[in-house]
Design a protein around this ligand. Structure first.
Ligand SMILES: [Zn+2]
Length: 249
């Protein structure tokens, strides 16, 4: 488990990200500062996890990105991370989950994912867009999700903005994929430290989403979203999923 990862200096996130997290004042999550060392995009976890025991490789174990070191993370890595997603439902789900992750570890979010599905009407943006004050209060009392007023408010705000984008572009898919020209960007990283936290594309996406009224869509959140939904292939070149996903371009 991530929480047992021995801390090294390299586990800590860049200063900018810590500042981003600290700027999330008034968060209702317990002990937010304690979570800072666990702020992690998958690639950040990879830096710290390369010596994890379950990363020992045998001839039967496929080579994976170093961050996939728990059963939950391995399942997610092998089946979802980086697979090009074009369904608006999936895209909305990741938009909400990536926003919910800000300041926390992705493992935390994966653990709560089923609770999120249940609490947020299976990520139906039309339903979420209608949430009123009473529903938001119920969510704030739901221990199964991240109980953070700003994040819950932002999910509702984002659902409304999501519907506006769908109306304007026909689908969110058509809108969001334009930031990479409609095709996954293929990278070729050999080491976790080579993977960027943000790019010019994620900067552009973040700027445009903010202009359209979305919240919790800073450039690093946008880049994590792009990695998750396969707008970029950031699997290590040594990872077995790297080649599998090239064939899906
Ligand atoms: Zn991988």
């Amino acid at each position: 488990m991530l929480h047992n990862v021995k801390r090294t200096d390299r586990l800590f996130t860049p200063v900018k990200k810590l500042m981003d997290a600290r700027s999330l004042k008034n968060l209702s999550d317990p002990k937010p500062l304690e979570c800072l060392s666990l702020i992690a995009r998958p690639w950040v976890r990879g830096r710290a996890s390369s010596n994890m025991p379950n990363q020992k490789r045998s001839s039967r174990t496929p080579t994976r990105c170093a961050w996939a070191c728990s059963d939950l993370a391995i399942g997610y890595h092998d089946k979802e991370w980086g697979v090009p997603a074009h369904g608006d439902g999936t895209l909305f789900e990741f938009l909400i989950l990536e926003g919910a992750q800000a300041g926390l570890s992705w493992e935390t979010i994966l653990n709560k994912r089923e609770n999120y599905r249940a609490a947020f009407d299976r990520f139906d943006p039309r339903a979420v867009a209608r949430y009123d004050r009473r529903k938001k209060q119920r969510l704030l009392n739901d221990a199964g999700i991240v109980r953070n007023r700003l994040k819950i408010d932002s999910a509702v705000k984002n659902a409304r903005a999501f519907l506006r984008v769908q109306k304007e572009f026909g689908s969110f898919d058509r809108y969001i994929w334009q930031f990479v020209g409609g095709k996954p960007r293929l990278n070729a990283w050999r080491l976790p430290r080579q993977v960027p936290a943000r790019t010019a594309e994620s900067d552009a996406m973040s700027k445009d989403l903010k202009k359209r009224g979305f919240n919790f869509v800073g450039s690093t959140i946008c880049y994590a979203f792009m990695q998750a939904v396969g707008m970029v292939n950031d699997h290590s070149v040594k990872c077995f999923r790297y080649k599998v996903l090239i064939s899906k371009r």
